[in-house]
Design a protein around this ligand. Sequence first.
Ligand SMILES: Cc1cc2nc3c(=O)[nH]c(=O)nc-3n(C[C@H](O)[C@H](O)[C@H](O)COP(=O)(O)OP(=O)(O)OC[C@H]3O[C@@H](n4cnc5c(N)ncnc54)[C@H](O)[C@@H]3O)c2cc1C
Length: 306
Amino acid sequence: MLEATKQTFHTPTPVLPSFDYIKPATPQEATRLLLKSDGQARLFMGGTDVFVRMRDGFITPKILIDVKHLPGMTQVEFGKRKGLIVGAAVDMNSLARHPAVVEHYPLLAEALHSVASYQLRTRATMGGNLCNASPAADTAPAALVLEAMMVLHGRRGERCVPISEFFLGPGKSAIKPGEFLLRIEIPPAPKGSMGRYIKLGRNAIGDLSIVGVAVLGYPAKKSKSGYCFRIALASVAPAPIRVPEAEAILAGAPLTPDVVGAAATAAMETARPIDDVRSSAAYRKAMVKNLTRRAVQSVVDNLRNA
Ligand SMILES: Cc1cc2nc3c(=O)[nH]c(=O)nc-3n(C[C@H](O)[C@H](O)[C@H](O)COP(=O)(O)OP(=O)(O)OC[C@H]3O[C@@H](n4cnc5c(N)ncnc54)[C@H](O)[C@@H]3O)c2cc1C
């Protein structure tokens, strides 16, 4: 019995294992180091995933590469035409209170505020949250409905990957050997858009999501409902996902409570959750329906009252 317990539970080591810290002078040098390290090097931004996983013995990088000082990494820029540009190393608190985010991307601010605690968000970055490629990443659904672009640096220079192609599975992203994230580019939000992110965790704050639902809606003359919607989910599939079936239902008919309910059911049917320490799959499915209906209805009400 005791032996079984030993095998089942991981005992965290109270200290970090030793590692070399390298601060490359240029993006090219960072890429060279990553390629040379043969998988032994790891990048970090806020380190809130990396250091915890090192302490707990899940990863053992020999080298940590710090690229936070490289040009643009800690900058936020906004232009009405180009949209929002977020350096990979911008901490979540700075991003959430940036005037452009507050005014033009309130959905993103809501998603950022849902992550852990104020203290953690002082270190944690949106870049790290997305590159970690956790199915539960709270900024991922917002990035998906805002149709963000991940700009990577690699051996051939810069490469852009749409967020819809970035997540490949739990902990797996489209980042290739030698590549790292420079910035996230978020196009201007559609005119008149309203958004909501609703997260369900085991605690009111400070926990990873059991389910996360982001909804973005905006007026669209050609749509039968008069609106278009984008919906994305966290924690209910091997990667964060969009739910086009639910989006199509909301564009296809006037937005009665039955239509909103049908879209919520479609989202639930698209979800492929697993049982884990935070929730059963069955509960997750039920909550996808519940939270999608709430989030969509809230966006519909705000669009009608705008
Ligand atoms: C107590 C606690 C509570 C948490 N609660 C939440 C929560 O509510 N919601 C949530 O979503 N997350 C939560 N997390 C997880 C974590 O805080 C977030 O994922 C955070 O956003 C990670 O950002 P970071 O900058 O600290 O990433 P880091 O730890 O620095 O890096 C994360 C991953 O991305 C890679 N990486 C970092 N920078 C780059 C780059 N430039 N290019 C390519 N790869 C890179 C790293 O190698 C690593 O694999 C929690 C963590 C803790 C410890």
